[in-house]
Ligand binder design. Sequence first.
Ligand code: OSB
Ligand code: MG
Length: 368
Amino acid sequence: MKPVGVELRRIAMPLVSPFRTSFGTQTTRDILLVRIETADGEGYGECVTMTDPVYSPEYTDGAIDVLRRFLVPALLGPPELDPRAVAPALVAFKGHRMAKAALETAVLDAWLRARALSFGEWLGATADRVPAGVSVGIMDSVPELLDAVEGYLADGYLRIKLKIEPGWDVEPVRAVRERFGDDVLLQVDANTAYTVADAQHLARLDEFGLLLIEQPLDEEDIRGHAQLARLVRTPICLDESIVSARAAADAIALGACSIVNIKPGRVGGYLEARRIHDVCAAHGVPVWCGGMLESGLGRAANVALAALPGFTLPGDTSASGRYYMTDITEPFVLQDGHLLVPQGPGIGVSPVPERLAEVTVSTEWIGR
Ligand code: OSB
Ligand code: MG
């Protein structure tokens, strides 16, 4: 596959409602789309960086800079493109996994389209639909939260994840359990908001039968998570800490987690994501697919990944409508609490040109 060039397109998608986490509130999603053009057709990858470096060290202006100056020129140098050669071609540049993931995904999409193979088929998907969970932001009051959860359950979501932080943890969880019962699959995500000194407080969540607590401590505090895992009964799941298959193997070996959230962007792409799936499966560690408020392009690839056999828990793979009134692709809609795995070539969905034009903020072309 001969490379022609790469287009970086920044789009701004308004959210249907503000999304608040322990690291801030978002009202618009600032998304970078990477499109590669080759002699055999094009491919898309969605970069999951946020505007500010508050979830991970990466941020969108930084991703654009590293792509423009280092990653795209390194990728476009050799005369032939192969998805398995992307990570090795970029390995000299440290970090920037989200930027690398977007580029690798674009190459993979183009390569699979040229071969009429779907993402799911190529990754090894064993399901044709995946159960959908939803991530529910921090709210101003418990009644407001209960209304939101009621709406998502009415939509058919099969698992609820509550964002928590100090001051918004035991009470909202208790209220959701009291109102909706013990059968609702329920979990929480702290996005690093606690320290190991909060162990006794976090143990108060044990009585609510949560599936897991996600990333309670700092991303580098692996030993703290291992300590915490001995002090609480709720299973610990890691998100921010798991930046690679090696990091997953280490965390599991050290007893820092018993469940892993896999986000392809955070780990450098779908190939590394699949390696994490394999490492976890070898250890009997369940995985689920996280999200970064993706548009339909990123969502399509995530849904295909979530159809691998080790993804035994519902992911944050929600319908398009959970975040966006109008998606840039055909919307993903819930069917009986599930999303269908796209079957078409590559990621299986394409942007609607008029819709894409409406949300575009800027574009930049990097030729060979
Ligand atoms: O920690 O999982 C997270 C969104 C942005 C950044 C980090 C996280 C999240 C979510 C929402 O929880 C996931 C989604 O619905 O896409
Ligand atoms: Mg998380």
